[in-house]
Ligand binder design. Structure first.
Ligand SMILES: C[S@@+](CC[C@H](N)C(=O)[O-])C[C@H]1O[C@@H](n2cnc3c(N)ncnc32)[C@H](O)[C@@H]1O
Length: 264
């Protein structure tokens, strides 16, 4: 007997990916993880002196020295360099020393903006810019409640800062920064994966794991997101996920590129 309801169980035919597609995906995966091409040409002793003089936290030296291995930073910057025209303006809230913007400057971008709350880091950035012969437009601001927002940006780059701040959320970040983007503008950011929620002691600061529980601080990874969380947030703000990829790090982070959702 013909059974109408059986049709609802038939899965729509989805074509298997073409070999070319698989090759392209494999190539992109490897290119994102290739540990070359993301360094800044600065000597260790310059970094030590400049950070010492400006009193910037030593973390910023480490971030520059290990830049090739910091996938959650180099993948987003690599995407921008591959996909955006050189005249596009890029804005990085929580930019620290401006290392990411300086790398983009070395790739030919000239409209580079950033903000950071820490004036010692901004001074360190000034020294770096002079040393490398690039000029960034960086100002001091609380990027969670900014007093100054640029317009018509081709990308908002947000890496390795938002999920460290108590009270911050990706949702309010989109609310604040989507107005900065041009119609073709993209969000490029990293997020700590929800998979970190299953790691033992994930609720505590990693530096305190060896201490008695009642002396441990809360985790430095204040929020974690799944791919679905990001897709839902993107939709709510009128964006869609153009690309997502994960990094093999602890905690596992994912990198996302969002563009404005097309109206049908
Ligand atoms: C871990 S560093 C990352 C810097 C840069 N995004 C990178 O990946 O190299 C975090 C930066 O966020 C900055 N920051 C923290 N809270 C901030 C706030 N409310 N507004 C702006 N910057 C902030 C810190 O000063 C620091 O430079």
């Amino acid at each position: 007997m013909h059974n109408e309801t059986a049709f609802s169980q038939v899965q729509p035919h989805t074509p298997a990916p073409l070999p070319l597609d698989l090759f392209r995906r494999g190539f992109e995966y490897l290119r994102d993880r290739w540990p070359l091409g993301h360094t800044l040409p600065v000597q260790d002793n310059f970094l030590q002196t400049a950070a010492g003089q400006s009193k910037a936290p030593p973390w910023h030296i480490e971030a520059i020295v290990r830049r090739n291995w910091r996938r959650h930073v180099s993948i987003p910057c690599g995407w921008i360099a591959r996909h955006l025209p050189r005249q596009a303006a890029i804005f990085e809230p929580g930019c620290g020393s401006g290392a990411n913007l300086l790398w983009l400057a070395s790739r030919g971008f000239t409209h580079l903006n950033g903000s950071d709350i820490d004036e010692t880091v901004l001074e360190f950035s000034d020294r770096l810019q002079t040393h490398l012969g690039h000029s960034l437009n960086i100002w001091q601001d609380n990027a969670l409640a900014p007093s100054r927002l640029p317009k018509n940006q081709g990308a908002i780059l947000s890496v390795n800062w938002l999920y460290h701040l108590p009270g911050a959320s990706q949702d309010s970040f989109f609310d604040i920064y989507k107005g900065c983007l041009s119609p073709e503008g993209v969000f490029v950011f990293d997020a700590v994966s929800h998979k970190y929620n299953t790691v033992a002691n994930n609720q505590y600061h990693t530096d305190d794991w060896g201490m008695p529980e009642d002396q441990r601080r809360p985790s430095e990874y204040t929020f974690r997101l799944s791919h679905q969380d990001v897709a839902d947030l993107a939709r709510r703000h009128g964006f869609s996920v153009l690309r997502q990829t994960m990094t093999h790090s602890r905690p596992q982070r994912c990198v996302y590129m969002l563009g404005r959702a097309r109206q049908n």
